[in-house]
Design a protein around this ligand. Sequence first.
Ligand SMILES: *Cc1c(COP(=O)(O)O)cnc(C)c1O
Length: 384
Amino acid sequence: MGHVLEPNNDYPLLPYDAPEWTSRLAVIPKYRVQLGSLGTPIQRWRLPGMPEDFQVHIKRDDMTGSVLSGNKVRKLEFLMADCLDQGCESIITCGGVFSNSCRAGAIAARQMGLDSHLFLWSESTDLPFTGNALLDRLVGCNFYLMPLDCPLETQVYPRMKLLQDHIQKTTNKKAYRLPFGGSNEVGVWGYIECFRELMGQGLLDRFTDIVIAAGSSGSVTGLAIANYLTGSKLKIHGFAACKDQMFFYDLGDKTLQSLGLQDADGAGVKAVDIMHIRDEVVGIGYAVNTSEELECIEQVAMNTGILVDPVYSGKATYHLLKLMNEKPGTFKGKQILFIHTGGVFDLFSGAVGSRLTKKGHKENKVYDWMDLSDKVPDKVSAAS
Ligand SMILES: *Cc1c(COP(=O)(O)O)cnc(C)c1O
């Protein structure tokens, strides 16, 4: 099935007007493209089992779009602008089979008339037809499956570069390499800009702490940079869904270095000084869950109608509740803003569904229609 790809002119490069407080940074994007439905709402979130003296609100970044939903869209607005600005006609990126970053990148690319190449860490040699992978397949990505232990810096990035050169040589077209999780000195602007949006929503007066799930560090680092540059005194917490603290501080430091962020004495600002990573959140491992975490996801959905995913936002929610109850001193105050980073498609890829469908699960409320006939008043059944 051959088709001719044409860049879609509905995605113009919009000049980016960076906040004035970012003028010290060495990299300031020239352009962004509009991909997300931004200005997402902040709502009160009455979590089941939370202590009474805490108040939690939720920033609905799961509402940044439908298939483009989640935190990655904010980064992609800057990364895809850079891609177009460089005249690239396809993207090359990497992530897990569950990757929201790859899915959002691939769908954004296709909407913009570009092709995608995804390097995916996979347990199996077969790509599933569920969750994010199903959507990646639907938009016609090219897949390169890698073993789970294939290292990013020494193996994956060099191969992405080889493919980029190959595409250039064989088609004379440029391909754009998107980093893991979209986290670099360009993608980080997604959450620097989000901080500006939050300030317009009363962030500084209303909250003491921001909690966000972390995977490649870009989102929490963006918030921490903005918090530092504006001189605001919120405590920024990154709840790690994979790896350990050092992984996140190292990635954060790389970005801070590229941006040339220095303190008043001219020393480089360190990630560990501006954000707090909690790595017990990963629990028994990346993208695997304990039954307590799955129970929490169900209870939160049941009680609040907010759907959190098993890989990131669900684990973060579970540990937010645990910390508020067991170690309240972790937080600067009692007014927490939780950023919902999306990830809804991972609800369709395994653990949550298979738990709910277990026979006898207490939340299984499926009744036989015939059983109701003698319990429903005649008037109601006649009306339907
Ligand atoms: C990628 C992702 C995160 C982590 O964001 P990073 O910027 O990579 O740290 C959190 N939640 C969801 C749903 C994600 O897809």
